[in-house]
Design a protein around this ligand. Structure first.
Ligand code: IMP
Ligand code: MG
Length: 175
């Protein structure tokens, strides 16, 4: 049986929200230079769309983390699989993530980045799933707060599938 996908946020709704986030971020960082750190792979689509909606100078950097754990829950033991190639000392950093779930990955990552001495360190996440939080994470910019459902699309995957969907959906795996 094929996976069943139902729309949670349409392409129009997501794009509208990203435009609002971009405007807010542009205002908050006005007069400054911003370095976005896109967390691969999940945040790639979101980070690109967000960057296009920000009208101050932006540099884009990429990191990839892998979190040891089972398929549905991260362990908090995070390995940096791809690190930044530039120092971030004294820079204004905006970390861009797809979703904060248990918060384990991001609380660990933010601590590592904080130790590198950025001028500012802010977090923007397309989605926030607060029901499953076990590690505290301050999210400065949130796209949507969602219930405890497994979502896909707009960069988010289920077993590496569906990242290319232009909307956010809920997936119920088929047999
Ligand atoms: P956590 O906050 O450390 O539990 O892990 C967050 C990571 O788990 C995200 O960056 C996603 O890669 C993945 N994740 C959590 N919930 C979902 C979901 O609903 N769909 C797709 N990936 C998810
Ligand atoms: Mg991720």
């Amino acid at each position: 049986m094929a996976d069943k996908i139902t729309t949670m946020y349409s392409e129009e709704e997501v794009n509208k929200r990203i435009k609002e986030l971009g405007e807010q971020i542009s205002k908050d960082f006005a007069g400054k230079k911003l370095t976005m750190i896109c967390i691969l792979k999940g945040a790639a689509a979101f980070a690109c769309e967000l960057a296009k909606r920000i009208d101050i100078p932006v540099e884009m950097e990429y990191m990839r983390c892998s979190s040891y754990g089972n398929e549905t829950e991260s362990s908090g033991v995070v390995k940096i699989a791809l690190d930044l190639d530039e120092p971030i000392r004294e820079k204004n950093i905006l970390v861009v993530e797809d979703i904060i779930d248990t918060g384990r990955t991001m609380s660990y990552l933010l601590e590592i980045l904080r130790q590198r001495g950025p001028a500012e360190l802010k977090l923007c996440s397309l989605l926030d799933k607060p029901d499953r939080r076990v590690a505290d994470v301050d999210i400065d910019y949130t796209g949507f707060v969602i219930p405890d459902k497994f979502v896909i699309g707009y960069g988010l995957d289920y077993a590496q599938k569906y990242r290319n969907l232009p909307y956010i959906g809920v997936v119920e795996p088929g047999e």
